[in-house]
Design a protein. Structure first.
Length: 117
């Protein structure tokens, strides 16, 4: 199963149980879609680069998730339908790792060619 990174921003006016509830609803959806949460990191309240829905700050959460492809449309629908979430992004990490590996191999090959000359 592919590895995904999901980052979402929760409204800053949600605190305590409301904030934990917003995070747990996302976790429940991920588990319902047969996803396995690898890590969950609460980044805390941070100032955003620009206002979103009249909010200048947001509570950032990053989740690494191992799941099938079906989880992406489910997350898209969830974040669009439910209130309290300002922004989100889902990134597939395996392709990123492959690209980094290919770039590293190219650099190593160039270095080897330079040594031979």
């Amino acid at each position: 199963m592919p590895l995904y990174e999901v980052m979402f921003i929760v409204q800053p006016d949600l605190e305590g149980e409301a904030l934990e509830g917003a995070i747990s609803r996302v976790k429940e959806l991920m588990e319902r879609e047969n996803g396995e949460i690898v890590s969950l990191k609460k980044m805390g309240k941070r100032k955003m680069a620009y206002e979103i829905k009249d909010f200048k700050e947001g509570f950032y959460v990053i989740v690494n998730l191992q799941a099938s492809r079906e989880v992406v449309p489910a997350l898209d629908h969830f974040f669009k339908v439910n209130e309290g979430y300002l922004r989100y992004i889902v990134i597939r990490l395996e392709e990123e790792k492959k690209e980094q590996k290919n770039e590293k191999e190219i650099v190593e090959n160039v270095q080897e060619d330079n040594k031979e000359e």
